[in-house]
Design a protein around this ligand. Structure first.
Ligand code: AMP
Ligand code: ZN
Length: 110
C-alpha cells in the first residue's frame, strides 16, 4: 500500500484539514508556501493520467474540497498544483493536488 493510502486509512498520522468519505486534505510535511495543503482521493489513483470515466467524479470532490478549505481557512488566493509523472516532479505515486497560499507565485511557473 502506498504512503498516501496509509495516510488515508489512518495507518500513518497526518495533520488533517478537511475530510469526506471520498477525499482527505492534510498539511504537507515540507511546506513550499506559508500554507501548503495536500488534497488526495482516498481511492488509490496513481496520477492524473489515470483519471477516466470510471473515477473522474473524484475530481469534483477534490475541487469542492479546495473551495471548502479556502472558505474554512479564509484563503482568498491559492494555487492548485498537480505533478503527474516523475519528469513533472511527482514523487508520491498517489494522485494529489498541492494547495499553496500565503505568498505570491510566479507565472509562468518555470
Ligand atoms: P509530489 O512531489 O508532487 O509527488 O508531492 C509529494 C508531496 O508529499 C511532497 O510535497 C512531500 O513533502 C509530501 N509528503 C510526503 N510524505 C508526506 C507525509 N507523510 N505527510 C505529509 N506530506 C508528505
Ligand atoms: Zn495510494
Amino acid at each position: 500500500m502506498c504512503i498516501f493510502c496509509k495516510i488515508a486509512n489512518g495507518e500513518i498520522p497526518s495533520n488533517k484539514v478537511y475530510e469526506t468519505d471520498k477525499v482527505l486534505a492534510f498539511y504537507d510535511l515540507e511546506p513550499q508556501a506559508p500554507s501548503h495543503i495536500l488534497i488526495i482521493p482516498k481511492q488509490h489513483i496513481a496520477c492524473a493520467a489515470d483519471i477516466d470515466r470510471s473515477n473522474s467524479a473524484v475530481m469534483a470532490d477534490i475541487f469542492e474540497a479546495a473551495s471548502e478549505i479556502a472558505k474554512k481557512l479564509s484563503i482568498d488566493s491559492f494555487r492548485l498544483v498537480n505533478n503527474c509523472g516523475e519528469k513533472a516532479g511527482q514523487s508520491v505515486m498517489h494522485l494529489h493536488f498541492h494547495m499553496l497560499s500565503g505568498r505570491d507565485f510566479a507565472w509562468p511557473p518555470g
